[in-house]
Design a binder for this molecule. Sequence first.
Ligand code: NAG
Ligand code: NAG
Ligand code: NAG
Ligand code: NAG
Ligand code: NAG
Length: 225
Amino acid sequence: MKASLGSLLAVASAVSAGGLPSLDAPACSVGKGTVQYNKSVPNQTDFPLTQVDVCYDDTSIHLTFTAFDETNYYFNESQTTNDPIWQYEVMEAFIYHGTNDPKTYLEFEVSPNNVTFQAWIYNPSKVRAASAPLDTSYLTQPLVDGMTAETTLCKEAKTWTSSATIPLGLFNVDIGEAKSTAWRMNFFRTVVSPDTFPDQFLGAWNPTNESNFHMTPFFGNVNFI
Ligand SMILES: *[C@@H]1O[C@H](CO)[C@@H](O)[C@H](O)[C@H]1NC(C)=O
Ligand SMILES: *[C@@H]1O[C@H](CO)[C@@H](O)[C@H](O)[C@H]1NC(C)=O
Ligand SMILES: *[C@@H]1O[C@H](CO)[C@@H](O)[C@H](O)[C@H]1NC(C)=O
Ligand SMILES: *[C@@H]1O[C@H](CO)[C@@H](O)[C@H](O)[C@H]1NC(C)=O
Ligand SMILES: *[C@@H]1O[C@H](CO)[C@@H](O)[C@H](O)[C@H]1NC(C)=O
């Protein structure tokens, strides 16, 4: 009885008002918040298990993306920073400091060969409506800015892990001020191989209802505690 009540409460605390998933993430010195997802976009069929660990320190958000059951490790070796690496395999975070459905947010992606894509997206329709713009403003000096990735592939274990740092200053959060801030984020993974390219299998923390990640009403709630 006690155990089943406990698990009900745990499930309830992971879904906030409006049916959005929710994550509490602590300072990295204390621990991390973890989400796992295994549902495809848009049909919510089985998708390879994917994990994101989130914590913050004085200057940065730390994200560790882990792809399980990875078999393709598919990237284009001629692509580099801010190229369309999303045509191949990537893990991604869309990040906004605030609680409403955003029109502007950071898109961060990393590929299995450790190449990153980082840009501000302006999506005034909030859903990438065909009638509205979707504009992209690249961050051109990620290493100078403090946006870095560390990537480890383990083909035997079928895993791919990329740990990323994202400066809090991008979101006007001053040094040491991240505690108690509220965010909206969604996390994504693309699966594609040379045989299936360019058709991708898509997955998300909170799956959007179209084959389109740029739908901000689906961003989950992330609280830095
Ligand atoms: C998918 O995730 C759910 C919830 O985290 C879990 O109950 C289920 O066992 C997972 N399914 C697979 C196939 O991993
Ligand atoms: C999702 O399901 C619909 C209806 O069954 C189908 O037409 C569509 O092709 C599916 N989409 C994907 C990406 O699998
Ligand atoms: C990789 O990218 C280059 C440059 O965009 C393109 O010419 C090439 O066809 C791509 N290779 C594959 C295998 O998709
Ligand atoms: C990945 O890129 C980062 C810079 O973002 C670099 O510091 C790191 O050494 C690179 N290599 C690996 C294997 O992570
Ligand atoms: C998908 O979700 C958006 C945003 O909530 C909504 O406006 C739209 O009607 C939904 N589309 C479908 C096909 O359910």
